[in-house]
Ligand binder design. Structure first.
Ligand SMILES: C[S@@+](CC[C@H](N)C(=O)[O-])C[C@H]1O[C@@H](n2cnc3c(N)ncnc32)[C@H](O)[C@@H]1O
Length: 720
């Protein structure tokens, strides 16, 4: 829709896409033509002749102009023997096609009391009869494409006609009602929420089959920073707050041009709002009624929308942000209430070129000074728009059904957030979905893991702790004076205390953990309980750490890697990690490592699928974390915890099984889940002492000592 009589015209690649005329095209032609007549039905002949302002046109003129379009572009050149209805109509009803000839001045259309409505209807009947004949022929691809364009063109005029009728009635002090049955606007179903989108590279613009105006292409890539969009439109209630806060009186919210308009035109509320005894009423197509605070605000200019956004501490979305997010089910009221102002100027998409010929002549020259609106409105014919659709108006115009949706910049992701986002998007986009186990450990995940260690079924922690307690003096005897203890995946640093108690010669402790909350709490507790110890925590992914804290003393390094966390890595990864740890600790260092040993399936399965459901909660928590940190919409009830010993692979696997086929979102990306498929969340490889010795050897470690607990067996090895 354009503020002019015709919106962006001419379909890109129309002749390549459209087929021959068929029965469907004739049916659609008939339906679209009838819809225009239906719009005029509640109006008197006088109503149909009035023009409220230069931007608007009389209904009668819209009915005639759309007919002129068919006559000029299809019938005259394409239907043999077609007899023009009235040669004067070309001058009266040409909108702005220079190539077609001179025309009646637009601001004076309301003066055209002749031809009468009856004559215009006769014109329509004449053209419709000829179009029916035309569409029953083999019209060829180019003409079929022009018919598609004509249909979209007439639909645009249907919306323009309704806008213009409301504008006309609003100029009448008796506030006429267009149609008492006109439905009121609908409130959003849910409360407002800012929905986060990851940004990055996004494709916008139209491409492929189906009709689109030429201004919607070419499709091209844009780069978006992380951003957020409001889940719904700004409401009348919120607009009332803006007004109550002096929104129309405080220049600090306004663009300079907008502020000039406020002054010059005395704006104090949206167009068509009237003060009344109870507050405010608004004139709509259904008549004058009290402003509904829950309904979306409409009939606001770009200037007002931008001022409101500034007042709200937000901004308007760009066209690309809006388009890239369109279709996300968390966004309501996308195209069924009001067009939404964007912060984007209406300029050509990169690579756009105006099409040759009369119908294409104006697209390029409208592309200055106007702003893009996206979506669609209640008065837009159903199915008329799409995500790539570009409506455009001048920033001061208000008679369109235009409102706004707020946006803001999403907080720049920290390095950890970026990595989490990247792992989640990659893992859930893979044909066999996975999520890396390291992301289990947010604050809640770390707490749940501590709860797991207390479970009767979860033997590894109990066995390892008891073993360490028993052999701590032997271990201590191997630890050098002023040693630096470097713990990988330190968690709550519980087992650490056994070493610190047995080996007071340890001078410094460097816990490394990816979980900030677990790390800080554990480091504080160790500092408190071991005041002479130097504690230097490092919030890092230990698979990527290549240095320890700079302020560590120079004593010999002893690595500590308990909990069989090494079992979370596939053998090749485990070798790589052990090699990396060797490099991190340096020459002459040692590594004390806990590894869980292979055993019967019953013991293993129970350990990872406890009766109290704590491991299930731990596994599902990763989805809750995604919901919270990556604006996900996972319903945890759609997933079930599964854990089982995989004998062939020598590992216990944890999965989240999908219970119901559905689509979920995170980080602005949609993921489809099929009932029965799983997200593989963790492996816990189990070892034999010999097998682990061979693995460690591949990473350059030799086994100096081995301690094994009673059944269920768990081993602690000292490597050097
Ligand atoms: C199974 S818990 C073991 C905790 C403790 N070491 C123990 O034995 O009880 C694993 C710990 O390693 C941390 N972790 C897991 N993957 C990590 C990674 N790639 N980098 C750093 N820490 C990690 C987790 O945050 C968690 O605290």
């Amino acid at each position: 829709m354009a503020p002019h009589d015709d919106a962006p015209l001419l379909e890109r690649n129309a002749s390549e896409q459209a087929g021959r005329a068929d029965a469907g095209l004739l049916d659609r032609y008939t339906a679209v033509r009838q819809a225009s007549v239906d719009i005029a039905a509640p109006l008197s002949a006088e109503d149909q002749a009035g023009q409220s302002m230069p931007d608007a046109s009389p209904t009668k003129w819209h009915l005639a102009h759309t007919t002129w379009f068919w006559e000029t572009f299809l019938l005259k050149p394409g239907l043999e023997g077609y007899g023009e209805f009235d040669p004067a109509f070309g001058y009266l009803f040409n909108s702005y096609y220079e190539a077609v000839g001179a025309r009646h001045p637009r601001p004076a259309r309301g003066l055209l009391t002749r031809p009468s409505v009856a004559q215009v209807m006769a014109y329509r009947a004449h053209v419709d009869e000829a179009m029916r004949r035309f569409l029953r022929q083999d019209i060829g691809r180019d003409a079929a494409a022009l018919v598609e364009l004509g249909l979209a063109h007439e639909e645009q005029h249907q919306e323009l006609a309704l806008m213009d009728i409301l504008s006309l009635f609003a100029a009448n002090p008796i506030n006429p009602t267009y149609c008492t049955a006109w439905p009121p606007s609908r409130a959003a179903r849910r409360g407002a929420e800012m929905i986060a989108f990851a940004g990055g590279r996004a494709g916008i613009g139209h491409e492929g089959p189906g009709f689109a105006f030429d201004n919607e292409g070419p499709r091209h890539d844009v780069l978006l920073r992380p951003y957020r969009l409001a889940s719904r439109l700004v409401t009348n209630g919120e607009w009332l707050e803006f007004m109550a806060d002096g929104g129309y009186r405080r220049p600090e919210f306004w663009l300079a041009d907008g502020w000039s308009r406020v002054q010059a035109e005395g704006w104090a509320a949206p167009l068509y709002w009237r003060p009344c005894a109870t507050g405010w009423s608004a004139l709509g197509l259904g008549g004058l009624s009290p402003v509904d605070p829950a309904g979306p605000v409409r009939h606001v200019s770009y200037y007002e929308a931008a001022a409101f956004a500034a007042w709200a501490g937000k901004r308007l979305p760009t066209e690309a942000e809006w388009e890239a997010a369109a279709g996300d089910p968390r966004l309501e009221q996308l195209d069924d209430e009001v067009w939404q102002w964007t912060a984007s100027a209406y300029s050509p998409h990169p690579g756009f070129s105006a099409a040759p010929g009369a119908v294409g002549e104006y697209n390029g020259k409208f592309m200055v000074g106007q702003m893009v609106l996206k979506g669609g409105a209640r008065i837009t014919p159903p199915g008329h728009t799409r995500a790539s659709y570009r409506n455009f108006f001048y920033p001061h115009q208000r008679w369109m059904f235009a409102g706004l949706r707020l946006a803001d910049d999403d907080a720049p992701a920290s390095q950890g957030e970026d990595a989490f986002r990247a792992d989640v998007v990659a893992g859930l986009s893979a044909p066999r979905k996975t999520l890396p186990a390291k992301w289990f450990y947010d604050a809640r995940g770390s707490d749940l893991f501590e709860a797991i260690t207390e479970l009767p079924e979860y033997y590894p922690t109990r066995q390892e702790r008891a073993l360490l307690e028993r052999v701590a003096p032997e271990i201590a005897a191997t630890i050098a004076q002023d040693a630096v203890l470097v713990e990988l995946g330190s968690g709550a640093s519980v087992k650490t205390r056994l070493l610190l108690d047995a080996a007071p010669q340890i001078a410094a402790y460097a816990p490394i953990d990816i979980s900030a909350s677990a790390l800080e709490a554990a480091a504080d507790a160790i500092r408190r309980d071991y005041p002479r110890l130097r504690v230097a925590p490092l919030e890092r992914d230990f698979t990527a750490a290549d240095s320890l804290g700079a302020d560590l003393p120079a004593g010999p390094r002893l690595g500590f890697f308990p909990g069989s966390t090494i079992g979370n890595f596939a053998p090749a990864e485990a070798v790589a990690l052990l090699g990396r740890i060797h490099t991190l600790l340096g020459e002459g260092s040692r590594l004390l490592i806990g590894v869980d040993l292979a055993k019967d399936a019953t013991t293993l399965n129970a350990a990872y699928d406890d009766a109290a459901g704590v491991t299930a909660a731990f596994n599902l928590n990763i989805l809750a974390r995604i919901n919270r940190e990556l604006a996900g919409d996972f319903d945890l009830a759609d997933f079930a915890h599964r854990a089982a010993w995989n004998r062939l692979e020598g590992r216990v696997e944890m999965h989240l099984e999908v219970l119901r086929s559905h689509r979920a979102h995170a980080a602005g990306v949609a993921f489809d889940f099929v009932a029965g498929e799983t997200i593989h969340t963790e492996n816990s490889y189990k070892f034999t002492v010999e097998g682990f010795r061979a693995l460690a050897a591949r990473a350059g470690w030799g086994v100096r000592r081995t301690w094994i607990s009673p059944a269920p067996e768990f081993a602690v090895l000292l490597l050097d």
